[in-house]
Design a protein around this ligand. Structure first.
Ligand code: ATP
Length: 327
């Protein structure tokens, strides 16, 4: 069984700016990860690589055993479910939301051919129902509220029962009920509860199945700790590279552009890199988050709920997370 994601020593530059440097990350099959870090640090850029929409400037990215740049991404993109603001902007405003969900089957953005079997539409409707928006079928994307569009994007991401599920700030625009619906659905997905997400046994509900597909891994990008489902037990935290490394990278750019290192360059923020990977309990500490955001923060975790304890906790060490300015 291959890792779902293997990123090795990735560097990413755009417009003479180094956005990511020295990034390495491995996500095993069946693991549930949070990708966390401050605004503008490069989380969405990394997500674009994980979802095969962006290639690194250097370094290697292997997704479900396929190396970016070596294997045609369309041959495996439908095994990856993505919901992100960037993808949302690519959907045609005139599309029927039901078609947007169904289009995931071919990893396209719309259903141009209307050539799917009725059970494909039934699954899409089942997902829309699950996320409380069955009524949007037959409407147009541009008429939906932000929260409804977010829910459509989540349904689309789940449509193929993907082996790699990537959700970049999936609760944007959702009301409290919508947010809790998504958090509990993510928890259920992480536990491999298939029927609640419209999957039949053998449709990759978190375990290896007979068809040879591997157990689903999930990457959740979020700024809000309270939106991390208790079942997510790994975290990758992005922060800035050290000052000396940032200067080295600026000098590299200047040298490659044949301009003086101290002239003509814009003062960019230091590139992002992964400053912690591992267990969420060890990663999400008050000290680390205070360092990351430059303010004194206190991180808390609720105890595991009574119901989680009653069913053995299923590996959960605690409940929901939160963070506030210490005071
Ligand atoms: N195509 C591009 N050309 C130049 N700069 C870019 C490009 N794409 C992203 N950036 C810059 O790269 C940095 C990282 O952006 P990214 O969207 O990945 O950050 P993020 O961590 O997801 O931020 P946020 O938490 O605010 O969503 C930002 O400063 C952004 O302006």
């Amino acid at each position: 069984m291959v890792n779902s994601i293997d990123i090795h020593n990735v560097l990413f530059r755009r417009s003479r700016r180094t956005i990511l440097a020295d990034v390495s990350l491995s996500v095993g099959a069946g693991e549930n990860w949070v990708l966390f870090g401050p605004n503008g640090i490069g989380k969405s850029t990394l997500v674009s690589m994980m979802s095969t929409r962006l290639f690194p400037t250097s370094g290697t990215v292997d997704i479900l055993g396929n190396r970016l740049g070596k294997v045609n991404v369309f041959s495996y993109r439908s095994r990856i479910g993505l919901a992100s603001g960037a993808l949302n902007r690519d959907f045609s405003p005139l599309s029927d939301p039901l078609d947007v969900v169904v289009s995931a089957v071919d990893a396209r953005l719309d259903n141009y051919y209307d050539a799917y079997d009725s059970d494909v539409y039934e699954r899409a409707r089942c997902l829309l129902r699950r996320y409380g928006i069955e009524y949007v079928a037959g409407k147009k994307m541009y008429k939906l509220s932000e929260g409804e569009r977010t829910r459509v994007a989540i349904c689309r991401a789940l449509m193929t029962s993907p082996e790699l599920l990537i959700l970049d700030e999936p609760t944007t625009g959702l009301d409290l009920g919508g947010r809790e619906l998504v958090v509990s659905a993510l928890g259920e997905l992480a536990r491999g509860d298939q029927e609640v997400n419209g999957e039949r046994p053998g449709q990759n509900g978190g375990r290896d199945d007979a068809s040879g597909r591997q157990a689903r891994s999930t990457i959740l990008v979020t700024h809000r700790l309270e939106e991390i489902p208790p079942e997510f037990d790994h975290i990758a935290i992005l922060g800035h590279v050290s000052e000396s490394r940032a200067r080295e990278l600026e000098a590299e750019v200047a040298a490659s552009e044949e301009i003086p290192a101290d002239g003509g360059t814009v003062l960019n923020p230091a590139p992002g890199t992964i400053v912690f990977t591992g267990s969420i309990e060890e990663g999400l500490t008050s000290e680390r988050l205070s360092d990351l955001f430059g303010m004194k923060l206190e991180v808390r975790r609720e105890p595991a709920s009574a119901s989680a304890s009653a069913d053995g906790g299923r590996g959960r060490e605690g409940g929901r997370w939160s963070a506030f300015v210490a005071g």
